[in-house]
Design a protein around this ligand. Structure first.
Ligand SMILES: [Zn+2]
Length: 212
């Protein structure tokens, strides 16, 4: 292969490797993991709320208030009766609302546990597939890296350096470099013969053409 062909292949290979590497960085399980997290949070929030409601409903605040009211009614100190009765009415409302909320909440918990188990199952199933995808990408990347080092071993050091610095290969256009410098005839002939040339003004790495 000429330097020209080697460089075009090198550039092509680097483009492919960058794409494969990008695919390798992507997490193929993120959709499952996000769903799992959402359900876990929902479950934690609702079971905590349910615990709080149950505790409130099991408490004896209302009972104690009623006792206090009867005691006051029996005594002569009736001035505090009004606020206590108002508190009792509020507590009765809270109790009723709590019961309704709990009634709505309770059946959701086993449903959420079921959904959790389902997503966990899906995730467990998807894991080996994801591993396979990653292994496959790694294998392809390794093979490309081997080819790449074979290619670079065939190119002169100054060409490799110029490529590493600019990360690209350019083509001669109307006998000129990208920087408009006119390429000397002698080098134009070498370019046509398949050699690469490094512009000593701008450091561009030039080949005859980029279309193989
Ligand atoms: Zn130049």
């Amino acid at each position: 292969m000429t330097q020209h062909q080697l460089l075009l292949r090198l550039q092509d290979l680097d483009g492919q490797m960058a794409r494969l590497d990008e695919q390798r960085q992507r997490n193929g399980l993120s959709a499952y993991e996000e769903r799992l997290q959402r359900i876990q949070q929902d479950y934690a929030r609702k079971s905590e709320r349910s615990r709080v409601l149950q505790e409130f409903l099991a408490g004896s605040q209302l009972l104690e208030l009623e006792k206090e009211i009867s005691a006051l009614e029996a005594s002569t100190e009736k001035s505090q009766l009004g606020p206590l009765q108002q508190r009792k009415a509020e507590l009765e409302d809270e109790t009723l609302n709590g019961m309704l909320e709990l009634e709505e909440l309770e059946p959701q918990l086993p449903q959420l546990r079921e959904a959790l188990a389902e997503v966990e199952g899906e995730l467990a199933e998807a894991r080996p597939e994801e591993q396979e995808r990653l292994d496959n990408l790694s294998m392809r990347l390794e093979a490309m890296a081997r080819e790449r080092s074979e290619l670079t071993a065939q190119l002169p050091a100054e060409v490799i350096q110029a490529y590493a610095k600019t990360g690209r290969v350019d083509e001669v256009k109307q006998g000129r470099c990208r920087c408009r410098l006119e390429v000397p005839d002698h080098y134009l002939r070498q370019l046509r013969a398949g050699h690469a040339w490094v512009c000593n003004t701008c450091g561009s790495l030039l080949v005859q053409t980029l279309t193989p």
